[in-house]
Design a binder for this molecule. Structure first.
Ligand SMILES: [Zn+2]
Length: 325
């Protein structure tokens, strides 16, 4: 398998064509097509778009569909990228439009059906590993903005996420880009195995964006995600103008706690996404088929419910919700 191109850095100045697999875009052009990625047991057709601006400048790389059933992010990225005129772009944009095609086709939540692994826990990947690990390896060093939303079974409030690397200039750039996204909350903290952690380890400013979920992709959510991403492109210097940011301020949340089920059964949440709950609040209960309570978990910290599993079905070990405060 070909080595990944060390592409995703700011301030790459280039006039030579950009090539990803079989796809090549000279300056001033857009190239779109599927790129074959050998993941060992299968070859994936990954849809990629390269918008190579007429003027040299920074490169932004972006993924959507790391989770195949997160439709707001996939729809928003397609909308922005397919509408960009390369003659209006400074620098270049490399977009992986649906990063896990097998998961998209299967409408799979959380995991890639090829091996049952969560791609968003496998970065920076392993070129000799399982299919998902090989896919993560192929994507690593191409990612800078990672667009997600709640999965098929998750509701969430809109937020961005960044890492703190200890490199002040990288961290400041990530923060600037996250603030440009303009979503309701900004979560700062480690997320092992994710794109932003892998990018940070490479010294690449990186931001996660999350809007919407539950297998739906209503117009207002797609527009919010798309406008945020356009503001990131503007902040990165690629485009001259972007939609203005929402009026609300972005609130920074620096601590996060995921709550997971310890039993399988029927999930009855007692809180709503976006609620601010004090530590000790009972957040819901998992019942058996006949209504007996199997567990009644309580919040381990004060925080905002940033995502909430909305399916009645619950499996031991799965997330119930996450709090951030
Ligand atoms: Zn996701």
């Amino acid at each position: 398998m070909r080595r990944p191109i060390p592409a995703a850095t700011l301030a790459i100045m280039t006039k030579s064509p950009i090539t990803i697999g079989s796809l090549t875009a000279p300056a001033g052009t857009r190239a779109t097509g599927v790129v074959s990625v050998d993941v060992g047991t299968a070859t994936l057709d990954v849809p990629v778009a390269i918008v190579h601006g007429s003027r040299p400048g920074p490169r932004v790389s972006v993924t959507a569909g790391i989770h195949g059933a997160e439709y707001v992010s996939i729809a928003a990225l397609r909308e922005v990228v397919l509408g960009l005129d390369p003659h209006a772009v400074t620098g270049s944009l490399v977009a992986v439009l649906t990063a896990s095609p097998a998961a998209f086709a299967a409408r799979s939540i959380y995991v890639n059906p090829l091996d049952g692994l969560n791609l968003n826990r496998q970065f920076p990947g392993d070129r000799d590993g399982s299919p998902t690990q090989r896919l993560a390896h192929w994507l690593t060093t191409k990612v800078f903005v990672d667009m997600h939303c709640g999965d098929m079974n998750e509701a969430l409030v809109s937020f961005t996420g960044i890492e703190e690397t200890g490199d002040a200039s990288v961290d400041a750039r990530s923060r600037e880009l996250a603030e440009a996204y303009g979503l309701r909350y900004l979560l700062i903290g480690p997320s092992p195995g994710t794109t932003t952690t892998a990018a940070a380890a490479l010294g690449i400013p990186a931001v996660l964006g999350e809007v919407g979920g539950q297998g739906r992709w209503p117009r207002e959510d797609v527009a919010l995600h798309a406008a945020g991403f356009q503001r990131v492109l503007h902040a990165a210097g690629l485009i001259d103008a972007a939609p203005s940011a929402p009026a609300h301020p972005t609130e920074v949340l620096a601590t996060e706690a995921w709550m997971r089920a310890t039993t399988s059964g029927y999930w009855h949440p007692a809180v709503a996404v976006g609620d601010r709950v004090p530590a000790g609040t009972v957040v819901g209960e998992v019942q058996d088929a006949f209504g007996s309570v199997l567990e009644r978990p309580s919040a381990p910290m004060d925080g905002v419910v940033i995502f909430l599993v909305s399916s009645l079905a619950m499996n031991a070990g799965d997330p119930l919700l996450a709090l951030a405060g």
